[in-house]
Design a protein around this ligand. Structure first.
Ligand SMILES: Cc1cc2nc3c(=O)[nH]c(=O)nc-3n(C[C@H](O)[C@H](O)[C@H](O)COP(=O)(O)OP(=O)(O)OC[C@H]3O[C@@H](n4cnc5c(N)ncnc54)[C@H](O)[C@@H]3O)c2cc1C
Length: 414
């Protein structure tokens, strides 16, 4: 296999636009199909600091900063039990000490513009793919080729599915997938009249049932509740009623939700913990959510999507089967590492460790450990060390031996 020259990318979200821009900058002929229709609000508004270098590489950081909220950290509220404030500028050895909360419609449009400036031809069309012969090759449908006429000089050598959770290619070829353990539903909307404790921070509140995010955006706060799919049905027949009623019901949030005014419809997501077991084939690859998504809790999705774009562009520029195989392996490893950390949140061990850390932080042993910890543990959540074996091992070790006989079950997410 030679490095493909003519590449079609399906989907103009952060994964597709980033991949397209990186390939076009290296002289590849790239057409990106983008189906403009999107829900009234789009999840993926809280970015971890490790995303910022991608914004710089795309040349859009200032533009993003102008329409976003500067984010200096993350606040984890353990219900009535307390809270942990992670300040990115206190993380030892951090490469990036801030991030942004972004309105997704503006963010996606900015990424697409960066791709256009790099020479990508964007076709506003919902692309379709079909099998090409009996094997695993795929091709664009006639109508998609027709829609791209003028932008695409003939059939592409390579096709990337970056179309998000629709998973077109996975469905077409019957690629096996693996689902996570949680059967949650996420309900998401924008609100006025909601306070956050630390301006700019993403807030993750453990509730009696499930958890809630609060993401400050310009003039509004994005809130999303993540909750067992069966449980939320008790609160109404449709997502709007379910979210509105639930906010009045849960003891942890009903006080600050009293002044909340919902200003958008509620958008519902379910069965999102899922990834494909393969990400490359003879003339195709998967990127971003089309490959896999772990869970919303640590805002890792946009980073994983942009990393997959960067790694896939490198593999396609080399063009060897080995490079593509190593891309697949790297994304699967990335997802596996995040899934591990996410599991620690849901089973209560991570929040218990945070709580124990607060008790001991002013003791001599606490001060000593804190110096070491501040280099390793927070950098998992900023995304810089999410796959670092020592950082992950240290947290696992502390959860095994450092919970001081606290039962993690008390902080499990129900
Ligand atoms: C409940 C929830 C909360 C989340 N919160 C966060 C968060 O706070 N922070 C974070 O980092 N991540 C978060 N995520 C994850 C994040 O939203 C995704 O990981 C990210 O959007 C993935 O980007 P993408 O480009 O792969 O896919 P998408 O953003 O889904 O973009 C895909 C694009 O492709 C287009 N498309 C689809 N099919 C076609 C087609 N056939 N032809 C042309 N275009 C097509 C779609 O219209 C869309 O524009 C959350 C996810 C969920 C489920």
């Amino acid at each position: 296999m030679k490095s493909p020259q003519r590449i079609a990318i399906l989907g103009g979200g952060p994964a597709g636009a980033t991949l397209a821009a990186f390939l076009a900058k290296e002289g590849r002929d790239v057409v990106l199909f983008n189906q403009g229709k999107r829900p009234p609000v789009i999840v993926g508004e809280s970015l971890v600091p490790a995303v910022v270098p991608y914004l710089r590489r795309l040349g859009i950081e200032q533009e993003v900063a102008d329409f976003s909220i500067w984010k200096g950290g993350a606040t984890f509220v353990f219900g009535t039990e307390g809270r942990l404030n992670l300040r990115f500028n206190e993380v030892r050895k951090a490469k990036t000490t801030y991030s942004y909360n972004v309105p997704r419609d503006l963010f996606d449009a900015t990424c697409l513009d960066a791709a256009r400036r790099a020479g990508v031809r964007v076709v506003d069309h919902s692309a379709r793919i079909e099998r090409d012969g009996d094997g695993e090759r795929v091709r664009l449908s006639e109508d998609s080729l027709a829609a791209a006429r003028g932008a695409l000089a003939g059939a592409p050598d390579f096709i990337v599915d970056a179309g998000g959770r629709r998973r077109m290619l996975v469905q077409l070829l019957g690629i096996p997938t693996v689902d996570g353990e949680r059967r949650d539903t996420a309900l998401h909307a924008h609100f006025e009249g909601i306070e956050v404790e630390i301006p700019g921070n993403v807030h993750t509140d453990r509730l009696e049932h499930g958890w809630l995010w609060r993401i400050p955006l310009p003039g509004r706060v994005s809130m999303g509740v993540v909750i067992d799919s069966t449980f939320i049905r008790k609160f109404g027949d449709n997502p709007n009623d379910q979210f509105d009623t639930f906010l009045k019901h849960d003891a942890v949030i009903r006080d600050y939700a009293r002044t909340a005014r919902r200003i958008t419809p509620v958008v519902k997501y379910s069965n999102y913990q899922s990834h494909a077991l393969r990400g490359v084939g003879p003339n195709w690859a998967l990127a971003g959510d089309a490959f896999g998504f772990a869970d919303p809790v640590f805002s890792s999705g946009m980073l994983i999507a942009m990393q997959s774009a960067e790694w896939l562009s490198g593999a396609l520029l080399k063009g060897t089967p080995a490079a593509l195989a190593s891309y697949e392996k790297r994304v699967l490893h990335n997802l596996a590492c995040w899934k591990r950390v996410i599991g620690w949140y849901y089973d209560g061990r991570l929040l218990t460790l945070f709580r124990v850390g607060q008790y001991v932080k002013d003791t001599p042993i606490g001060k000593l450990l804190d110096f070491h910890f501040r280099k390793h543990m927070p950098r998992i959540f900023t995304g810089e060390n999410a796959t670092h074996p020592y950082s992950l091992g240290l947290v696992q070790f502390m959860m095994k031996y450092g919970l001081a006989r606290n039962d993690p079950d008390a902080l499990r997410i129900h």
